[in-house]
Design a protein around this ligand. Structure first.
Ligand SMILES: [Zn+2]
Length: 304
């Protein structure tokens, strides 16, 4: 994601450090160690493996770290193909390099109509980008597995977007805008877009799924908040529609084309002290809570 207000307020940083000391841990509850109790241990383990692959094994991934970008694209495409999706690439040129959105259509139930699109960007801001945004890509990959074989009223499309980070944000080379423009020009029946961004940072104090929407997407946000508890006990929290950063996330690209789109995030959106730094590493995320968010998301997609 792209933040206009940065860095985090000092008082917030100090309080989170103090909390971490008091709690006797590194801030995030799980710190990369899976507790594995009662909740989808397989999903949590898989989420961690995806985030480690993207943020540590592959690392920086952007037009300026092009090898990482192409390796990430290949990994995502292979994982989604393995989950039974029909995968294509939406390829265009940015900064003289060929870059791609990875587009995966889940096998659809007979009679399914209208598209629900779930997406998240896979590029990083010249850093490991574990929370921002390997976390969301990992959730998309596991969502495909959770929904596989389930009867769905809608056609489900998962898209890993390229070029959300600067210098591409709010340009014609932002992957999400390329995707939204293509859907609009081909008059596809897109009913809802759910954008995941910074979906992996939870602490003992801050533990919820964050839902953000513009006024035009209020109906979708309300539906999502109502459906989410069908899949998980992780609470939801609404972000103010006046939040200044909300429109810079990839949901904003779909708003430009008139679609209902919401942000689904973690407390990391507001509180991750490692935002856009080299400290945004896989060991800071909470995979147990990410698995819960994934289950809540699956319930939303099924219910829409
Ligand atoms: Zn970012």
């Amino acid at each position: 994601m792209k933040r206009t207000r940065r860095p985090l307020p000092l008082v917030l940083l100090l309080s989170s450090v103090l909390l971490a000391i008091l709690a006797g841990c590194g801030g995030s509850a799980a710190s990369g160690v899976l507790e594995g109790r009662a909740v989808a241990p397989t999903t949590a383990t898989n989420l961690q493996a995806h985030v480690k692959m993207l943020s540590a094994t592959i690392g920086n991934r952007s037009v300026s770290s092009y090898t990482g970008l192409t390796k990430a694209a290949d990994y995502i495409a292979a994982q989604l193909t393995g989950a039974g999706c029909a995968v294509t690439r939406q390829t265009f040129t940015a900064g003289g390099k060929r870059v791609s959105n990875i587009v995966a259509n889940l096998p659809c139930s007979s009679g399914a109509s209208g598209i629900v699109l779930v997406g998240g960007h896979y590029d990083s801001d010249n850093n490991p980008g574990a929370d921002d945004n390997a976390s969301s890509v990992a959730i998309c990959l596991e969502l495909a597995k959770l929904l596989r074989g389930q009867a769905m009223a809608r056609r489900v499309r998962i898209v890993a977007f390229v070029n959300e980070e600067d210098p591409w944000n709010d340009t014609a080379q932002q992957g999400a805008l390329v995707c939204a423009t293509s859907i609009a020009s081909s008059r596809e029946d897109l009913r809802a877009m759910i954008n995941l961004d910074m979906a992996g940072y939870f602490t003992t104090r801050y533990r919820y799924a964050l839902v953000g929407a513009n006024a035009a997407s209020e109906t979708l946000a309300a539906k999502a908040v109502a459906l989410f508890p069908r899949g998980t006990s992780l609470p939801t929290k609404r972000l103010s529609s006046r939040d200044p950063d909300l429109k810079w996330c990839d949901n904003g690209a779909f708003w430009k084309k008139g679609y209902q789109a919401i942000l689904l995030s973690s407390p990391g959106y507001q509180y991750d002290p490692n935002y856009h730094s080299r400290a945004d590493t896989w060991d800071k995320l909470n995979y147990t809570d990410m698995a819960e968010l994934t289950k809540g998301l699956a319930a939303v997609v099924k219910g829409l």
